[in-house]
Design a protein around this ligand. Structure first.
Ligand code: PLP
Length: 411
């Protein structure tokens, strides 16, 4: 066993810290509620009933295991001999990895006797996944969403409503994600006994970064076994995109003690100027956001800074505390992919593999292409976190069908 053999067991520590990141900075009214969640989770984390129920749901409802696909045509086109493999979370029910933690959070809520799931959503992806889980378990669901996002993301609002979820429009401030988080927290504060706040990534106060990592661990665990079976070897490199960091941590965690390079890809956006990217690891510094410590994009006043990414699921000014620790430890390398590289990867995967990826996932594909160009053999495993159906209108209306982006490729 290597240096990281007991890593998962020892991280976070009992106070929810990964090195100097994480913790729980809560208003006093929520301390009891979070203590209850922590205790309940510690109890059921190893309970036979919970684990076997979750296994059953993953297999017979979500459609797990999702496959690993060899991107043979893409690899051939790159032409260096390096092979790219894709973990197909786009084939998970609802089209992304998010359902992995939403189903597990809802099951926990049910065990705890909660009646209502509360959350915020930006582009609507977390809202749809949580509304799906609520419908499955017969729980109520209340999703807070900025009015600006409601207008922009009509199909996801329709989905949530069809799934029986109450969508609460947030009308103050910039009417986007940050205000939606505040509004959802207020609603939770009113009744923390009957409701539970379901965080949508490996962020927020302890124990959420721990729980969501546990719930996403299945992605890397399956992929590790599948690629060993397919190729006889571990991959040289594993790559995932990082917004809050849930799909990446789920993919990385089972490889942490292996001699495998891990790369997290953040949105480089249009440029390195504050407000034109969401590359927390590259440009951020230590701070506190939404109840936990992490690297953070901040303005002159130390407030969370404005962010941009072509992929709305990646534009968060903070990042999961465990990723910050893995950066400090130099166990994971964090890199960026720019909007343009992401679009090129998006179009290329459509044409070479018949897979339309989410713009978030396209960041990871872009980094894989860049790496593969520089190698002459070996294998790169990419977490394809979701499918791109939600992005079709935006991409084609603004950037067309890809000819411009693919002109340097011999297709
Ligand atoms: C939400 C989302 C992400 C970003 O969230 P993480 O917590 O960083 O994984 C990435 N890909 C897809 C498809 C998403 O929907």
């Amino acid at each position: 066993m290597g240096q990281y053999a007991d890593y998962i067991k020892n991280h976070p520590n009992k106070d929810g810290y990964f090195g100097k990141h994480g913790g729980a900075f809560l208003p006093p009214e929520l301390e009891t509620a979070f203590k209850d969640i922590t205790e309940a989770y510690a109890r059921i984390r190893s309970s036979h009933d919970y684990i076997s129920e979750l296994r059953r749901i993953r297999k017979y409802y979500q459609g797990r295991p999702t496959p690993v696909s060899h991107a043979a045509h893409l690899s051939e086109l790159i032409g260096t001999g390096c092979q790219i493999y894709l973990k197909r979370e786009d084939l998970n029910h609802t089209g992304a990895h998010k359902l992995n933690h939403c189903m597990a959070e809802a099951l926990l809520a049910k065990y705890m006797g909660k009646k209502t799931l509360i959350a915020e959503t930006g582009a609507g992806q977390h809202g749809v996944a949580l509304a799906t889980a609520a419908a499955y378990f017969g729980l109520k669901c209340e999703i807070h969403m900025g009015e600006v996002d409601i207008a922009k993301e009509a199909p996801n609002v329709t989905r949530m409503k069809l799934l029986g979820c109450k969508v609460v429009p947030v009308t103050h401030g910039l009417k986007t994600l940050k205000e939606a988080v505040d509004s959802a927290f207020e609603a939770y504060l009113k009744d923390p006994v009957n409701t539970i706040y379901c965080i949508g990534s490996v962020v927020g106060p302890h124990p959420f970064p721990l729980m969501v990592r546990d719930f996403q661990y299945i992605v890397g665990a399956e992929a590790r076994e599948q690629i060993l079976e397919m190729t006889g070897n571990l991959p040289d490199t594993v790559i995932a995109c990082v917004g809050g960091g849930s799909n990446a941590i789920g993919m990385f965690a089972p490889f942490i003690d292996d001699p495998v390079e891990l790369i997290g890809v953040e949105p480089g956006g249009r440029s390195g100027k504050l407000g034109e990217h969401a590359a927390t690891m590259t440009y951020g510094s230590g701070g506190i956001i939404h109840g936990f410590k992490c690297y953070l994009l901040q303005d002159d006043k130390g407030e969370p800074g404005p962010v941009h990414s072509i992929a709305s699921g990646l534009d968060y000014p903070g990042i999961g505390p465990e990723h910050c620790h893995l950066k400090d430890e130099e166990r994971v390398r964090y890199d960026v992919a720019m909007d343009d590289e992401c679009l090129e990867a998006f179009y290329l995967l459509c044409r070479t593999e018949g897979i339309i990826p989410a713009l978030e996932s396209s960041h990871a594909v872009a980094a894989a292409i860049r790496e593969a160009k520089q190698r002459n053999s070996g294998a790169i495993l990419v977490n394809l976190s979701g499918r791109g159906d939600k992005d079709l209108d935006y991409v084609t209306e603004n950037f067309g069908f890809g000819d411009e982006y693919l002109k340097d490729w011999d297709l």
